[in-house]
Design a protein. Structure first.
Length: 108
């Protein structure tokens, strides 16, 4: 289904507003036909976790502790790679300038 001229114009205006208001977000969302690094990390991490689960099954069948340790390390590395960059190690970044000073003044 093809878009009308009005719909194309509205989409272009939205894109221009996004680029003007938040250039960093616009760059991260801008598509060039290739998957971004976040998607690539997620896919590779998920594949690593799947490989680790397979190794863990093999370790259970063989009753091998070293293969089990390798499986655990593979699953852990896959989960780390698949996690979003800001969520790694539980670090959450707060936006600057959005402090709530009303609580600190009322407690004094």
């Amino acid at each position: 289904m093809e878009l009308s001229e009005h719909e194309l114009r509205v989409l272009q205006e939205l894109e221009d507003d996004l680029r003007a208001g938040s250039p960093r977000l616009a760059r991260s969302l801008g598509g060039n036909g290739r998957p971004g690094p976040a998607l690539r990390h997620f896919v590779l991490g998920t594949a690593g976790m799947g490989l680790g689960i397979g190794l863990m099954c093999l370790a259970l069948v063989l009753r091998s502790v070293p293969v089990g340790a390798l499986a655990f390390a593979t699953m852990t590395a896959g989960a780390y790679l698949a996690a979003p960059p800001r969520a790694r190690f539980g670090v959450r970044l707060r936006p600057r300038g959005n402090r709530d000073d009303s609580r600190s003044t009322s407690e004094q």
